[in-house]
Ligand binder design. Structure first.
Ligand SMILES: NC(=O)c1ccc[n+]([C@@H]2O[C@H](COP(=O)([O-])OP(=O)(O)OC[C@H]3O[C@@H](n4cnc5c(N)ncnc54)[C@H](OP(=O)(O)O)[C@@H]3O)[C@@H](O)[C@H]2O)c1
Length: 346
């Protein structure tokens, strides 16, 4: 396993990060622990969670993922050997996350409440990377490429950073990160951090995969030049790029069979493009899932690629992809498909 510096922190994280959003829904506590053991033994030193996990978010399961990570940390006495990343929810409709049953926002008071709950579930007194799960301002996220302006209020960025700064000063958070952000958002946080002497975000966690390279339109330059690490999530397009759903297949227990929330991979040029990448991998004798993960890992602006798995076989395949170096011929073929069908699944 190789490692890269997280932002400008001097701390090195593994090129793969283990995502945990299946723990507590598709995966039991025992399965989650087995995944963490296996990943840790192969050199993965960063685990990604969120207060709202597992996915899909539901009142009756919320927090289970962090609880499972917490019991692993306690059982393995591994706290100082791993980085724990988690997230505070942004503006949304979920009313079950806060004690006051108000919808989630990133007000300083909600951030303080959220971090205390996460610390308790994680059985730790500090979080290595505390991320804003999605922005507090009204905007279109998890869908669409084009800018759609939505009116509405937003907590000022320096207030949000101020709350995070208090958490850093109190030793409850080591580093601060963003997620599902835009170039404007990242630059605004960097500017506010500099102007007010507040924590500088070290990372941005956005979707990045063969069928959604929208990060490259602006954010890759911002983050590369500013040394803000991209933690790239959904490298397999939630499983689609493994080929598991080809020709109408619907494997029992898969995310698509269980939850009807993957429409972004089935619209427009999505299915055609996904099939083209899968055929491309097979033509070159590659496992499609490994090619997709190796592609994300190979990008110079990606610090760590966040994988996710529901079985140990998937996890073994996915972690092994970190060692796969794609040939120039494969990369050239990928570029051609990208030119023909750019970003069909943003
Ligand atoms: N910041 C955010 O808003 C955000 C959003 C999404 C994810 N994330 C983070 O990123 C992590 C990974 O995201 P993701 O789960 O969407 O990643 P992904 O790699 O695109 O999809 C992972 C899913 O694909 C299937 N899979 C994995 N390996 C496979 C293989 N070799 N063959 C066939 N199927 C395979 C599994 O689902 P099935 O077995 O169910 O098919 C697995 O759960 C999450 O756990 C979370 O930490 C963050």
């Amino acid at each position: 396993m190789d490692y890269r510096e997280l932002g400008r922190t001097g701390v090195k994280v593994s090129r793969l990060c283990l995502g945990t959003m299946t723990f507590g829904e598709q995966n039991s506590e025992g399965e989650g622990h087995a995944q963490m053991d296996y990943a840790f033994d192969r050199g993965i030193n960063i685990f990604d969670a969120a207060e709202i996990y597992p996915i899909p978010p539901k009142p009756e399961t919320q927090g289970r993922t962090e609880t499972i990570i917490g019991s692993w940390l306690a059982a393995r006495k591994a706290r100082d050997r791993v980085m724990i990343a988690t997230k505070v929810a942004g503006r949304g409709k979920m009313t079950w996350v806060r004690k006051s049953e108000t919808p989630t926002r990133q007000s300083p008071a909600q951030i303080m409440e959220a971090v205390e709950s996460s610390l308790k579930r994680l059985k730790t007194d500090y979080i290595d990377l505390y991320q804003l799960h999605w922005p507090d301002r009204p905007m279109r996220i998890f869908e669409g490429l084009d800018y759609l302006h939505l009116d509405g209020d937003s907590h000022p960025i320096h207030d949000i950073l101020g709350a995070l700064g208090t958490l850093v000063a109190d030793g409850k958070v080591r580093f601060v990160g963003l997620s599902n952000e835009t170039p404007w958002g990242v630059m605004s946080f960097l500017k506010a951090a500099e102007q007010h002497g507040l924590p500088r975000p070290v990372s941005v966690q956005n979707a990045y995969n063969l069928v959604n390279r929208s990060f490259e339109m602006g954010l890759s330059e911002v983050t590369y030049r500013e040394q803000v690490s991209l933690l790239a999530y959904s490298p397999l397009g939630q499983g689609y790029l493994s080929g598991k759903y080809e020709a109408g297949a619907l494997p029992p227990g898969s995310r698509k069979a269980l939850f009807a929330r993957l429409g972004r991979y089935e619209n427009g040029n999505g299915p055609k493009t996904i099939s083209t990448y899968i055929a491309l991998a097979r033509r070159h004798g590659l496992d499609p899932a490994q090619m997709a993960i190796a592609f994300a890992v190979s990008r110079p602006f990606v610090t760590s690629t966040i994988i996710g798995a529901t079985t140990m076989d998937q996890l073994r395949t996915d972690i092994a992809a970190a060692e796969l170096k794609l040939s120039d011929a494969v990369l050239a073929d990928i570029e051609q498909v990208h030119l023909d069908y750019p970003n069909p699944c943003p």
